[in-house]
Design a protein around this ligand. Sequence first.
Ligand code: NAP
Length: 286
Amino acid sequence: MVTKILNGLVVAEAIKDSLIERVQKLKNDDITPCLATILVGNDPSSETYVKMKGNACEKLGIQSKRIHLPEETTTKELIACIEELNNDPQVDGILLQHPVPSHIDERAAFEMIAIEKDVDGVTSRGFGKLSFGFEQYPCCTPAAIMAIIDYYDIEVEGKHAVVIGRSPILGKPVSMLLLNRNATVTMCHSKTVNLPDFVKQADIVIAAVGRPKFVQGDWIKEGAVILDAGYNEGNIGDVDYDACFEKSSSITPVPGGVGPVTISMLLKHTVESAEHRANKSIKINN
Ligand code: NAP
């Protein structure tokens, strides 16, 4: 069996390419898609992530409105900032970089993001809509996983997908997306007993654990598809790549797998939101 490497860089480029024309069309109608990013404090990794997202926007002609609030910002002040962006008709998407400093009620802040601008899929209302199969922007990493699955034409319906991790931004939403595509989904977490036994039954393995090389080669069923969302210090995934490569039919590398597609999905959601704005203004003008 020849294992196929699911190259996220190729998928990310294809998504970005598909957005160029859409951004131009919006600009022809005097609409510049705009993503507002909010960074609170001076965490160096968060600063880097926000910068990367802003730069990726600008490369594609999407406006990046970067808001940097001081470390001592209160929950109330952060919420006021989000409300201002909610009410700004030029802003299509709002991304609150997390984690925020620990004195801030992060969940309360997320929940204030207007649902139509929740391009990062962080509100619980957005998660509810997504789970019901309604139109809504999923979190970007789950969306990236699905984009890779679609790009490489991986069959989901009827397959057994085992998701390791149940975080609100990754494990839970990706489980819902797979379920909505008629996979049979098993969710594993830190309290799962005999976790390897579940993984051994999986046609599709999604690793979203946050532990380097957690998924072992001898847990993998011959021919399984592996998508590794993990990103640990030293560019190491949540999957023991070399050991799992042997058993899988296809696998995402780290780096160069899910990561690069995640930013592309953020851009895609922002453009989609701007298209909704354009459609609304057409209706109003008519
Ligand atoms: P998280 O919030 O820390 O959640 C980790 C999940 O893994 C939890 O549900 C936890 O279970 C489970 N878990 C932890 N240890 C386990 C163990 N020993 N056995 C079974 N389950 C275990 O992490 P996250 O934000 O979802 O991120 C997960 C990974 O994805 C990280 O490596 C992160 O860096 C990466 N990530 C990548 C991107 C990207 O763009 N590529 C974006 C976001 C995150 P409990 O719920 O029981 O605690």
